[in-house]
Design a protein around this ligand. Structure first.
Ligand code: GDP
Length: 297
C-alpha cells in the first residue's frame, strides 16, 4: 500500500500546527478542515469523515490540550488514536470452532480475489498451525474458477473438493462437508459463487449455502482499489449475510486508502487480513494501529 497522497496531506495539515508555539481553536478548525478534505479526497466515506472530525475536534479543543506542553504533538496523537479507532482498534483473529472443522465461507464479487485469498488463507493455516484444510469449489459461475482453485490446491498441497460446474452449489457444499468429515479436515474453505454485482439470486444462493454449512466465518473479500464501491459491496453483503470478517485485497495497488479507512466504521465488521500481492504468501494480518501510523507517516 502507498497512500502517499493522504500521508502528504495529513503531514502538511499537522505540520502547520507544529510550527505554532501557541495553538488556538481557530488553528484547530483550520487543521481539521484540511484533514477533512484529505480524507474525502482519499475516498473515505463522508459519514465516517464527519464522525472522525467531530471526535478529534471534541478531544482536541479542551483547555488541557491547548494549554498543555506540546499542543501540536497532542493533536497528532489524538488524530492517530481516532484513525486507529476508525479501523477497529486492534487485530481480530480468524474465528475458530471448538470442534473440527472450522468452516470459512468465502464470499465476494467476481475478480475481488476470493479464490486466491482462500488459497492464501489455507496456506497460512497450514504453515502456521500445521492445519489440514479442505477447499470446496462452489463457484460454478465464473469460468475457470474451479480449475483455478484446483491448480492453487496443487501448488500449496491442499485438497480441493469439486463436482464440476453442472451441479447446484448447495449440493456441492453438502457433499463437500461430508468429504471434510471423512478426511477429518480441521478447516473447510468454501469458495462460494461470485458475480459481477450483487443480485438477489446470488444472495439467495449464498444464504442457502450458509444454512447448509453453518460457517464459523463468513469472510467477505473486497478489492481495496475500488474504494467506496468496496464499502458499498461490504454493506450489501453484510445486510444480507451478516458477514463476520473482511479481507481487503490488492492493497498493494491502492493509492488512496478509502476502503481500508471506511469499511470497519461503516459495517461494524473487522478487516481481518489484507492482500498485498498475487503470490500465495502475500497475505497479512490487518493491524489498525500499525496502519494508522503508516498513514500518518
Ligand atoms: P475471484 O473472482 O474473486 O475469485 O478473484 P481471483 O481470486 O481470481 O483474483 C482476481 C485477480 O486478482 C487475480 O489475478 C489475482 O491474482 C489478483 N489478486 C488477488 N488478490 C490480490 C492482491 O492482494 N494483490 C494483487 N496485486 N492482486 C491480487
Amino acid at each position: 500500500m502507498a497512500f502517499e497522497g493522504l500521508t502528504d496531506r495529513l503531514q502538511k495539515a499537522l505540520s502547520g500546527l507544529r510550527r505554532k508555539g501557541k495553538v488556538t481553536d481557530a488553528d484547530i478548525r483550520e487543521t481539521m478542515r484540511e484533514i477533512r478534505l484529505a480524507l474525502l479526497e482519499a475516498d473515505v466515506n463522508f459519514k465516517v469523515v464527519k464522525d472522525f472530525v467531530r471526535n478529534v475536534r471534541e478531544k482536541a479543543s479542551g483547555a488541557k490540550v491547548l494549554e498543555g506542553l506540546n499542543p501540536a504533538q497532542q493533536i497528532v496523537s489524538i488524530v492517530n488514536d481516532e484513525l486507529t479507532a476508525m479501523m477497529g482498534e486492534s487485530a481480530v483473529a480468524l474465528n475458530k470452532s471448538p470442534k473440527i472443522p472450522t468452516v470459512i465461507m468465502m464470499v465476494g464479487l467476481q475478480g475481488a480475489g476470493k479464490t486466491t485469498t482462500a488459497g492464501k488463507l489455507a496456506l497460512k493455516l497450514k504453515n502456521e498451525q500445521n492445519a489440514r484444510p479442505l477447499m470446496i469449489a462452489a463457484d460454478v459461475y465464473r469460468p475457470a474458477a474451479i480449475e483455478q482453485l484446483k491448480t492453487l490446491g496443487e501448488q500449496i498441497d491442499v485438497p480441493v473438493f469439486d463436482m464440476g460446474t453442472d451441479v447446484n452449489p448447495r449440493e456441492i457444499v453438502k457433499a463437500g462437508m461430508e468429504k471434510a468429515a471423512e478426511l477429518k479436515s480441521d478447516y473447510v474453505f468454501i469458495d462460494a459463487a461470485g458475480r459481477l454485482q450483487i443480485d438477489e439470486e446470488l444472495m439467495q444462493e449464498l444464504a442457502d449455502v450458509k444454512d447448509i454449512a453453518h460457517p464459523d466465518e463468513i469472510m467477505l473479500v473486497v478489492d481495496a482499489m475500488t474504494g467506496q464501491n468496496a464499502v458499498e459491496t461490504a454493506e450489501g453483503f453484510n445486510d444480507r449475510l451478516d458477514i463476520t470478517g473482511v479481507v481487503l485485497t490488492k492493497l498493494d495497488g491502492d493509492t488512496r486508502g478509502g476502503a481500508a479507512l471506511s469499511i470497519r466504521a461503516v459495517t461494524g465488521k473487522p478487516i481481518k487480513f489484507v492482500g498485498q500481492g498475487e503470490k500465495m504468501t502475500d497475505l497479512d494480518i490487518f493491524y489498525p494501529d500499525r496502519m494508522a501510523s503508516r498513514i500518518l507517516g
